[in-house]
Design a protein around this ligand. Structure first.
Ligand code: HAM
Length: 421
């Protein structure tokens, strides 16, 4: 048998309802904050990511699924920020509005070693707000992330916040880290000993216990920030406080991608175990200019939908939920024919309805009706047809009554809400 690719998932009908719920919550909140959807291709040119994410990052070095076709060197997108900035410039979105507030949902691909919460094809749900350097936009984006989690029923998450400052400040921080870590180089894993000179920020994300011990002992503060960047970060903090968004400052939070500057954040949940980030984001004020556009501030974040669902499904209780729909049971050839018309009429009237396309006994069909979770069941047998009557059963109470064909639609419309409303 041909199996699915390692690190990918089939989202089966039993699970797709939870996906739709999360997506609906997110879309509702995005539109509340006036973000509009953008959909970019799944394949992009490899050069888009090499430069923006950084040549020394884990993603560029090891995790990109590359596709070579004739002269093209393509890649399955590992993340959404760089493609959206490309699309923003390529389609002149900057000419339409000063600030473009965009959201996206879709698959991303990284060739990582699969484990709980870590897949090779996973899904992002995120935003990119491009065109402003104001700290109030940082506050909006972080509070939007917080709101989505709360509306999705996810609690006990923690927002970690830090700032890298402008490129000059970031270089200063990098130098400070190199200096502090060099004195303890022998305690670092061999990979981090290499990282020390190539990209010291990655040492701070290493999962190796010895490296984590060294990192947790680092005495860090914000003295690498210039006064403007210090002021920006203060304004973000004040804004978050003014709307009661809970956060913790983490001096060791640096994020793995090169494009970040200024505010960065990560949202963690204990229940996730080793892969504990529900989502993350930050400012990337220089990326638009790096891609050839006019210098413009930008900030965004992305949640991993699989991780949101891992946490959310653990929190939900398993109660039987009667769907607001109708199940049709037919017995005999004539009843089957009548069933076609009745199903059509119910659906034309926006009433959710289904039947069992298998010739089965009354008992088997009733069992199926029960399993379907439908709220009402209509039974059409030979006897009923002759008398021009159908049986209507309330599946919750078990009560059953006869109804004339002429009255059926009216009666059902009063019992079951319109699917469109
Ligand atoms: P990221 O931290 O690489 O950021 O990914 C964001 C989230 O995607 C992670 O916190 C995690 O929940 C999820 N995720 C990442 N890799 C995997 C994986 N292999 N399997 C399952 N879930 C995963 C970004 O990608 C940035 N583009 C976020 C951003 C938007 N920054 C600014 N704007």
């Amino acid at each position: 048998m041909i199996k699915r690719v390692r690190g990918t998932q089939d989202i089966l009908p039993q699970a797709s309802g939870s996906w739709q719920e999360i997506e609906e919550v997110a879309r509702r909140i995005f539109s509340l904050y006036e973000y509009q959807e953008i959909r970019t291709p799944i394949i992009e040119n490899v050069s888009l990511f090499n430069r923006s994410l950084g040549e020394t990052t884990e993603i560029v070095q090891k995790q990109m699924f590359q596709v070579k076709h004739e002269k093209d060197h393509l890649v399955l997108r590992p993340e959404g920020t760089a493609p959206i900035v490309r699309a923003y410039l390529e389609n002149n979105l900057d000419k339409l509005k000063t600030v473009n507030k965009l959201y996206y949902l879709g698959p991303m691909f990284r060739a990582e070693r699969p484990q709980k919460g870590r897949l090779r094809q996973f899904h992002h749900l995120g935003v990119e707000a491009i065109g402003s350097i104001m700290p109030q936009l940082d506050v909006e984006v972080i509070s939007l992330a917080d709101r989505i989690l709360r509306e999705a029923g996810i609690t006990e998450f923690q927002i970690y916040l830090n700032t890298l400052g402008c490129p000059k400040d970031k270089a200063k921080l990098s130098y400070q880290l190199q200096k502090k870590l060099s004195s303890q180089v022998s305690h670092l894993c061999s990979e981090c000993q290499n990282r020390l000179n190539r990209n010291v920020f990655r040492v701070l994300d290493c999962k190796n216990a010895a490296c984590q011990k060294v990192v947790s002992g680092l005495d860090l503060n914000h003295d690498y920030l210039c006064s403007d960047c210090n002021e920006h970060f203060r304004a973000v903090i004040d804004g978050l406080k003014s709307i009661n968004i809970d956060y913790k400052i983490s001096h060791t939070l640096v994020r793995g991608l090169d494009y970040y500057t200024q505010t960065i954040f990560e949202i963690k949940h204990q229940e996730l175990g080793a892969q504990d980030a529900l989502g993350a984001g930050g400012r990337y004020d220089n990326l638009v200019a790096e891609f050839g556009g006019a210098s413009s501030g930008a900030i965004g974040f992305a949640f991993g939908i699989e991780r949101l669902l891992l946490v959310r499904n653990n929190q939900q209780s398993d109660t039987k939920d009667f769907k607001r729909s109708v199940y049709l049971v037919t017995l005999g050839t004539e009843a089957n024919k009548k069933g076609v018309q009745l199903l059509h009429n119910l659906r034309i009237n926006n009433i959710c309805a289904d039947t069992d396309y298998a010739t089965r006994s009354l008992k088997a069909q009733m069992r199926k009706a029960n399993d379907s979770g439908a709220k009402y069941c209509i039974i059409i047998g030979e006897n009923e047809l002759e008398r021009g009557l159908f049986s209507l059963k309330d599946m919750e109470s078990g009560q059953q009554k006869d109804i004339s064909e002429a009255n059926l639609l009216n009666e059902i419309s009063n019992l079951v809400p319109n699917h469109r409303s």
